[in-house]
Design a protein around this ligand. Sequence first.
Ligand code: HEM
Length: 60
Amino acid sequence: MTIAGVSIVLLLGIVNLILVVFQVSTGKKWVKVHFAWHRRLGLLLLFTALIHAVLAYLSR
Ligand code: HEM
């Protein structure tokens, strides 16, 4: 599965990496944002990581 020739699994993997870095840096308060964003994007990360895993499994 691709978007403009780029694998959706790869794109989601990059999104997940960015979200994990955001979560750890805001959770540790190295980067200060309104804490609601930590909770919201933490939940988004749950879903993007699940979709990433399911698509990777299905396309193996
Ligand atoms: C819906 C999901 C999430 C909620 C509701 C949530 C909530 C919280 C809360 C309430 C804290 C304590 C903040 C404080 O008062 O100092 C915290 C800390 C933290 N969170 Fe999250 N979080 C979520 C997801 C994540 C995810 C997915 C990660 C990492 C991938 C993460 C990494 C961290 C880290 C590293 C800390 C600091 C822990 C410490 O220094 O003791 N969080 N989070």
